[in-house]
Design a protein around this ligand. Structure first.
Ligand SMILES: *[C@@H]1O[C@H](CO)[C@@H](O)[C@H](O)[C@H]1NC(C)=O
Ligand SMILES: *[C@@H]1O[C@H](CO)[C@@H](O)[C@H](O)[C@H]1NC(C)=O
Ligand SMILES: *[C@@H]1O[C@H](CO)[C@@H](O)[C@H](O)[C@H]1NC(C)=O
Ligand SMILES: *[C@@H]1O[C@H](CO)[C@@H](O)[C@H](O)[C@H]1NC(C)=O
Ligand SMILES: *[C@@H]1O[C@H](CO)[C@@H](O)[C@H](O)[C@H]1NC(C)=O
Ligand SMILES: *[C@@H]1O[C@H](CO)[C@@H](O)[C@H](O)[C@H]1NC(C)=O
Length: 363
């Protein structure tokens, strides 16, 4: 788990007593809204005595599962070696936990009787795309979170319900997105697709996503910066691919992009247009573990820049400030340059006038 994303979410969402979070589920914490009655995301396995809950709980509960009395609309069937969905799931069910089982397929009518479902958590199973029916999820009109991280999917599931807010498909075997996979998903704010086998993104792939905020495409096989990404994205993660550069207009249209992660790629200055990061909305830019020899030009509004483990040999203040004056100075707070060929005592004397609000510099 990358703890930076936790801080990031803390700063984006603010922390109130009504919310708690968990670090599982594909690396991005899941926020729980207690006012809505949302249950704990932590497994109950080995934490409660299932017999006790069964004794005090008058509602029907499948034998394979735990139905905690404090969350009457939640059922925990996680980590029990199941190879199919338990039968007799009650109609009232809103939160279904099925992670850590051995499920490879779900019948086309599996969710016919659970139309109130809001969360469906299927992480760490072995679901196969060819065994998932096209209409499997489409009747779940109240579904907001669908998590299928760490499975064997080769495609994005079809017929996703239009109220979906979070779709987590990290660590599957998805090679290609098809046009229309995300059609009509106007409420979707988060898609995790890291750890798949994507090579390219085609023009219509993300069509129809007007509210998308976070898109994680890290750890795929992308060798060019993808075009045609939804312009509403504020957090774009492309670490651990094979990107070599960015053109002048790679980030055109992303007027709200705040967090861009490009670490662990093959970025070189020759392939990086000098205006590539000229985007005043950027707050954090991660370019660590690349092949840069110079510090690229970044906007003065940038606050966090990660450049550790590159081949940088010179520090030129003009990367951060085109001019230095009362209001024209870099807003940089954290600058990481460790693991390069730079030495602190060789920094040009004028750097402190430009980077005047810096909290930490690592060299
Ligand atoms: C899945 O099944 C295999 C063999 O059938 C078993 O060894 C393994 O423990 C099961 N996994 C889980 C998570 O129950
Ligand atoms: C749904 O409910 C009907 C009627 O109670 C039952 O016959 C059917 O088996 C149920 N389907 C599932 C998938 O549980
Ligand atoms: C799922 O993929 C894993 C490797 O990632 C493999 O070991 C396993 O056999 C696959 N399961 C199925 C049902 O194909
Ligand atoms: C990228 O790869 C490195 C080295 O293999 C690994 O340490 C890191 O966790 C990966 N990061 C992501 C976001 O996948
Ligand atoms: C950055 O963009 C602004 C307009 O948004 C433009 O005026 C400026 O010349 C650009 N700078 C570079 C270095 O491309
Ligand atoms: C810093 O970069 C600017 C613009 O690229 C260049 O004109 C200047 O000579 C560089 N300064 C040093 C000390 O290399």
């Amino acid at each position: 788990m990358d703890y930076r994303s936790v801080f990031l979410l803390l700063s984006v969402c603010g922390l109130t007593r009504a919310f708690t979070m968990d670090l599982d589920y594909g690396g991005v914490p899941l926020w729980i809204n207690r006012f809505l009655g949302e249950p704990s995301v932590l497994t109950l396995k080995d934490r409660i005595d299932p017999g006790w809950y069964r004794a005090v709980n008058t509602q029907s509960c499948p034998l394979e599962c735990d139905c905690p009395i404090q969350w009457p609309t939640a059922i925990y069937c996680d980590h029990r070696g199941l190879n199919q969905l338990p039968s007799g799931l009650p109609f009232r069910l809103q939160y279904l936990f099925l992670q850590g089982n051995n499920i490879t397929s779900l019948g086309s009518r599996a969710f016919d009787n659970t139309t109130y479902l809001r969360w469906l958590i299927l992480d760490h199973n072995q679901l196969l795309s060819e065994q998932l029916d096209n209409v499997l999820f489409s009747s779940l009109t109240r579904l907001v979170n669908l998590f299928i991280n760490h499975n064997n999917l080769t495609k994005v599931p079809a017929g996703l319900p239009s109220g979906l807010k979070q779709l987590r498909l990290a660590y599957n075997h998805i090679e290609k997105i098809s046009e229309g996979d995300f059609q009509n998903l106007d409420s979707l704010t988060l898609i995790l697709l890291q750890g798949n086998r994507l090579k390219t993104i085609e023009e219509g792939d993300f069509k129809g996503l007007g509210a998308l905020n976070l898109l994680d495409l890290s750890h795929n096989f992308l060798d060019t910066f993808p075009k045609h990404l939804p312009p509403s994205v504020q957090q774009l993660y492309l670490s651990n691919n094979s990107l070599t550069g960015l053109s002048e207009n790679s980030l055109h249209g992303f007027s709200g992009l705040r967090y861009l992660r490009l670490g662990h790629n093959k970025l070189r200055n020759e392939r990086l247009d000098p205006g590539a990061f000229n985007l005043t909305s950027l707050v954090e830019l991660d370019l660590s573990y690349n092949r840069l020899t110079e510090i690229p030009s970044v906007p003065i509004t940038l606050q966090y820049l990660y450049l550790e483990v590159n081949h940088i040999q010179e520090f030129n203040v003009s990367s951060f400030c085109r001019t230095v004056g009362p209001t024209s100075y870099s807003r940089m707070k954290i600058l990481r340059l460790d693991g390069n060929k730079l030495e602190y005592h060789k920094l040009p004397p004028d750097w402190v006038f430009c980077l005047r609000v810096l909290h930490n510099i690592y060299i």
